[in-house]
Ligand binder design. Structure first.
Ligand SMILES: [Fe+2]
Ligand SMILES: [Fe+2]
Length: 289
C-alpha cells in the first residue's frame, strides 16, 4: 500500500486530473474511417456498448447524489468537476463515430433504480454510509480497469486494421483518461482500509455484497445486456485469457478485502460473472450485430 496516501494526496490527484485532462476537445478528433463496414463488423457491438455505458454517466451521477449523502470534497470534486464531463465527452465522441459508420445511436438508460433509492435512504445511517462508500470505490476501480483493458485492446485492433485516425484520436485519447479515474477509486478505497474506517462486521458485509452483486460494467442486472457484454468481451479478445483479465480487474479488492484469505488467487465471483456473460452471448441471447 502506498505510504504517502492521505486525503490531501487524493485531492491533489483529482486537481491534477482536472488540469491535465480537460474533456477531449471535439476539434482534436479525426473521425476518418477507411473501412466503415469492416470496423462495424469487427467492433460494432463494442462501439455500441461503450457509447451507451459512457453516456450513462448521467445516471451514475444521479445515483451518486442518492448513494453518498455526505460526500468528501475529493469525492465531490472528482465526480462533479472532473469525471462526469470527461466520460460524457467519451460517450458523445463514440456515439458520433457509431453514427458515422452507419450504426444506430446509443440508447443510454438514465433512470435511477428503485433499489438504489432504498440503499440511498439507508446510507444516511453513518455505518451503512461507509459500507456504501467502500462499495462505490470498489465498483469504480473495477469499472475503470475494465475501461482501460477494453480501450487498450480496441486501439490495438483498430491499428491492426489500418484505422490510424480513429485509433489515435478517438480511442487513444479516451484511453489516456481512464487510468486517472481508476487511480482515484483505488486510492480512495485503499485509504479507507489504511485508516481502519471500517469495523470487521462492515468489512464482512462488504465481502458478502461484493460476492453477491458483482457484475461486469453496464449490465444493471439485465440479461440482454449481460449477453451484449459477452459479445463485447469476445470481440476484444478477452476470452483468450479470461482468468488473467478477471484477476487484473479484481486486483484491488483481492488485496483490500480478501488478502487475509490465504490461497485466494483472485475473487472467484469476478471470473464467474465474466464466464456467465460469455455463455449468455454464446447461447444467443443477444441478436444484435
Ligand atoms: Fe470513459
Ligand atoms: Fe472512466
Amino acid at each position: 500500500m502506498r505510504s504517502d496516501l492521505s486525503d490531501l494526496a487524493i485531492l491533489e490527484h483529482v486537481q491534477r486530473l482536472g488540469e491535465e485532462h480537460p474533456p477531449i476537445p471535439l476539434g482534436s478528433v479525426d473521425f476518418t474511417v477507411r473501412d466503415p463496414l469492416g470496423v462495424s463488423r469487427r467492433y460494432g457491438r463494442v462501439l455500441d456498448f461503450l457509447a451507451r455505458v459512457e453516456l450513462e454517466v448521467e445516471r451514475n451521477v444521479l445515483e451518486l447524489l442518492v448513494l453518498l449523502p455526505d460526500v468528501s470534497e475529493a469525492d465531490r470534486m472528482f465526480y462533479a468537476d472532473v469525471w462526469a464531463d470527461q466520460e460524457i465527452r467519451h460517450g458523445v465522441i463514440l456515439d458520433k463515430l457509431q453514427a458515422d459508420i452507419g450504426r444506430p445511436p446509443a440508447e443510454p438508460d438514465n433512470k435511477v433504480a428503485t433499489a438504489v433509492k432504498i440503499i440511498g435512504m439507508l446510507a444516511h445511517l453513518p455505518a451503512v454510509g461507509d459500507i456504501v462508500r467502500m462499495l462505490y470505490y470498489l465498483t469504480g476501480a473495477a469499472t475503470e480497469r475494465q475501461a482501460v483493458l477494453a480501450y487498450n485492446s480496441f486501439e490495438k485492433g483498430l491499428l491492426e486494421m489500418g484505422e490510424q485516425a480513429i485509433a489515435r484520436t478517438v480511442v487513444g485519447q479516451i484511453k489516456r483518461q481512464e487510468p486517472g479515474h481508476f487511480a482515484f477509486y483505488h486510492m480512495s478505497a485503499s485509504l479507507m482500509i489504511q485508516q481502519s474506517e471500517l469495523k470487521p462486521w462492515q468489512l464482512f458485509l462488504i465481502r458478502v455484497l461484493r460476492r453477491l452483486s458483482f457484475e461486469p460494467v453496464g449490465i444493471y442486472g439485465d440479461r440482454r445486456r449481460e449477453a451484449e457484454f459477452g459479445g463485447v468481451a469476445i470481440a476484444l479478445g478477452f476470452d483468450e485469457d479470461l482468468s488473467r483479465i478477471a484477476r487484473d480487474i479484481g486486483r484491488v479488492e483481492e488485496r483490500l478485502l480478501w488478502a487475509q484469505d490465504n490461497g485466494m488467487d483472485m475473487p472467484p465471483y469476478i471470473l464467474r460473472s465474466f464466464e456467465e456473460a460469455l455463455a449468455a452471448f454464446r447461447e444467443g441471447r443477444s441478436f444484435a450485430t
